[in-house]
Design a protein around this ligand. Structure first.
Ligand code: GLU
Length: 490
């Protein structure tokens, strides 16, 4: 049997982190088994459609490197399978079930259904469609049903769930699941407007598209008994199921916006690497053998198996993602610096900082070990791109009577420094510090204040070497002027 799996998002918003995980696990499973991975847009419920969401789903998957294997032509373009273009297929299949006697027409109005619900509530029983007391093919009989259909009365098609017995299926992650049929409702398959419900379209498509494994989020587990009954109703073999664990906030509540970003696009905008997000997400619910944590996509494909997916919810720990991203950042500095330059350039340009690729590359090399995400470079070291701002409190905390004299001497030393490199600079400033009997550290802090305006940064001598002689001297002189005003006003 060759594996065929699908990711079947509904276009009801931006692609969620949980959706990306479902897509990824399907993709990894397909690749691992040399099978096929398809993308199907489940847009039968047009009232929940959010414009732009299909585009966002496609763009986010492409960014992550998760490309579907089939792109059917529709509307003159190639794209994913799209349910709204397949309505006739679902209608046909709903009627097929009626012919087989495993589904039936029902003519209840919304008011009648509401009254039924109230009756059940008053009697203290769980709300469900009570086939025997409502207006449907069974209670009305064949003749009346035909008459109503011909007269154009609004009709739904419902699944005829057996009144007794149980539905049983195996879930690869959760084991055997058994549900009494009496707990499964006579699900509407085709609505009175002729559109299918999710359940019908999903099962028909999974069958017609030859899906062998349904891998999806745990929130769909309660629907699965209905789906299994639907497969029986058609006389089809059902695929295998694997329901993935929930994603949780650190407080173990269900992952939600209140705790942070949940849309993939937010992580893209923050400058996370696709490799890092994919690696991180792969480990949300799946654990490889051993304690290795860094896996590129092809290594994930190699290692992935559904048997190692957990039942328990997986906590989304952003600190872990940041750590992973930092690991990839270190790797890419060694392997692919031009990629990093291209990545950060738009963020710099947005601030009006136009500098050469070479300069950006050197700034990245200088500061990358102190940040997790490339765009953090902007907050961490803005002084590499524009003059520093000075802070009064910091100034007062480091200023001493001889500070101005020390900076003046450093400035002269720097002006005449040859050759221009961090090591020579370090040696000469050490000598100067010794001559004055002050620790090197004190001068380092003063220089850092003057040149960057900050308390922390990358190595000070490396920073100065990269900024260049003219820029450093200019900053030192500006700083001396600024401090003399402060001291005069003190
Ligand atoms: N359309 C459903 C969703 O939005 C698909 C569930 C499934 O994979 O069966 O998640």
């Amino acid at each position: 049997m060759s594996v065929r799996v699908r990711f079947a998002p509904s276009p009801t918003g931006f692609l969620h982190i949980g959706g990306l995980r479902t897509a990824l696990y399907n993709y990894l499973f397909a690749r691992h088994h040399s099978g096929r991975f398809i993308l199907r847009i489940e847009d039968t419920d047009q009232t929940r459609y959010v414009p732009g969401s299909v585009e966002d789903i496609l763009a986010s998957l492409r960014w992550a490197g998760i490309e579907p294997d089939e792109s059917p032509v529709h509307g003159g373009n190639y794209g994913p399978y799209t349910q709204s273009e397949r309505t006739d297929i679902y209608r046909h299949h709903a009627r097929l079930l009626v012919e087989r006697g495993t589904a039936y027409y029902a003519f209840d109005t919304p008011e009648e259904l509401e009254r039924m619900r109230q009756r059940q509530q008053a009697a203290g029983i769980a709300p469900h469609y009570d086939r025997s007391s409502m207006r449907n093919q069974y209670t009305l009989g064949e003749e009346e049903t035909q008459r109503l259909l011909v007269a154009g009365s609004p009709a739904t098609i419902r699944l005829k769930v057996p009144l007794h017995g149980e539905v049983k299926f195996d879930d690869i992650i959760r084991g055997t699941i058994v549900v009494p049929c009496k707990d499964v409702d006579d699900q509407i398959l085709l609505k009175s407007d002729g559109f299918p419900t999710y359940h019908l379209a999903n099962v028909v498509d999974d069958h017609l598209m030859g899906i062998t494994h349904v891998i999806r989020g745990e929130e769909w587990l309660p629907s699965t008994p209905k789906h299994v009954l639907l497969y029986h109703a058609f006389g089809w073999e059902s695929p295998l199921f694997a329901h993935l664990p929930l994603l949780l906030n650190p407080d173990r509540s269900k992952l939600s916006k209140r705790h942070g970003d949940v849309a993939v696009r937010d992580y893209i905008a923050k400058g996370y690497f696709p490799e890092a997000l994919v690696n991180f997400i792969a480990l949300l619910g799946w654990n490889p053998d051993g304690d290795r944590e860094l896996y590129m996509l092809d290594e994930l494909i190699e290692a992935f198996s559904l048997e190692r997916v957990n039942k328990a919810g997986a906590v989304f720990d952003i600190a872990k993602l940041d750590w992973m991203n930092a690991q990839y950042l270190k790797q890419f500095v060694v392997r692919d610096l031009p990629r990093l330059v291209a990545h950060i350039r738009p963020f710099l340009e947005e601030r009006g900082w136009n500098v050469s690729d070479d300069y950006i590359a050197r700034v990245i090399v200088l500061v990358h070990e102190r940040i997790h995400r490339l765009p953090e470079l902007i907050d961490f070291a803005p002084y590499m791109f524009s003059p520093p701002e000075y802070d009064d409190d910091f100034f007062r905390s480091v200023w001493t009577d001889d500070a101005a004299q020390l900076i003046e001497e450093c400035t002269q030393l720097i002006e005449s420094l040859e050759p221009w490199d961090a090591e020579t600079l370090h040696n000469r400033i050490s000598t100067l510090a010794q001559a004055h009997g002050v620790p090197f550290r004190i001068i380092g802090t003063l220089l850092r204040l003057a040149v960057t305006g900050r308390r922390v940064g990358a190595g000070m001598m490396d920073t100065i070497a990269l900024l260049g002689k003219d820029e450093t001297v200019r900053r030192l002189r500006t700083f001396l002027r600024w401090t003399s005003e402060r001291v005069a006003h003190a």
